[in-house]
Design a protein around this ligand. Structure first.
Ligand code: SF4
Ligand code: SF4
Length: 193
């Protein structure tokens, strides 16, 4: 009789660098002997809140049937990490080790998502608001508020002499180049010291 061949490495939607071991995941026989030991399963009576369910979710991600979604992260986070299930498991599934890796993957994915969102917002602000057509004009109300509220004096008067900056409400571009001031404007952008 020949021994069973190891399962081919499968990482699915996990980052392959530190994915939970697929070889260990498939050891779960889904017998359910761990269920009575699990406090979160006792509380919620939901498969996804049980050790067996969490292992099934990890396996689904490894097999590419499920992404590392916020729901996946939540199921992993909800686990108390008490490892009562690991002690009860007749198949010796190393739940603690698998859980740690799955949690790490979920956290890394969330961080990456937040970083991408912040980058997109920054790029959008730069391209559409600051450097876009009429970008500076759009910022004029904010700059005017900055001047009128006295914030400008507070921020620029570092040498004891209040520094004043005045900005044309219709945009500094063009006006400054011509050295002209539009009617009703307060002048071109400059700082006095
Ligand atoms: S006791 Fe072990 S093999 Fe059985 S369902 Fe739980 S984790 Fe899987
Ligand atoms: S570590 Fe504790 S809370 Fe988490 S699945 Fe196992 S028994 Fe349940």
């Amino acid at each position: 009789m020949t021994s069973a061949a190891p399962h081919p490495v499968q990482t699915g939607y996990f980052d392959p660098s530190d994915a939970p071991s697929y070889d260990q995941l498939v050891h779960c026989m889904r017998c359910g002997l761990c269920l009575p030991t699990c406090p979160t399963y006792s509380l919620y009576h939901l498969e996804k809140a049980s050790p067996r369910g969490r292992l099934a979710l990890m396996r689904a991600v490894s097999e590419g049937r499920l992404g590392v979604t916020p729901g996946f992260g939540e199921a992993m986070t909800l686990c108390l990490g008490c490892l009562a299930c690991q002690t009860a498991c007749p198949a010796g599934v190393p739940f603690g080790e698998l859980l740690e890796m799955a949690r790490h993957q979920a956290e890394a994915r969330q961080k990456r998502k937040r970083f991408i969102c912040a980058e997109r917002l920054r790029n959008w602000l730069l391209s559409r608001v600051v450097y876009g057509p009429r970008g500076l004009e759009r910022l004029m109300p904010l700059l005017r508020f900055y001047q009128n509220a006295g914030l400008q004096r507070r921020h620029l008067g570092t040498d004891g002499t209040p520094a004043t900056a005045q900005v044309s409400p219709s945009g500094a571009r063009g006006c400054r180049a011509r050295g002209a001031t539009l009617p009703g404007s307060r002048g071109t952008a400059h700082r006095l010291s």
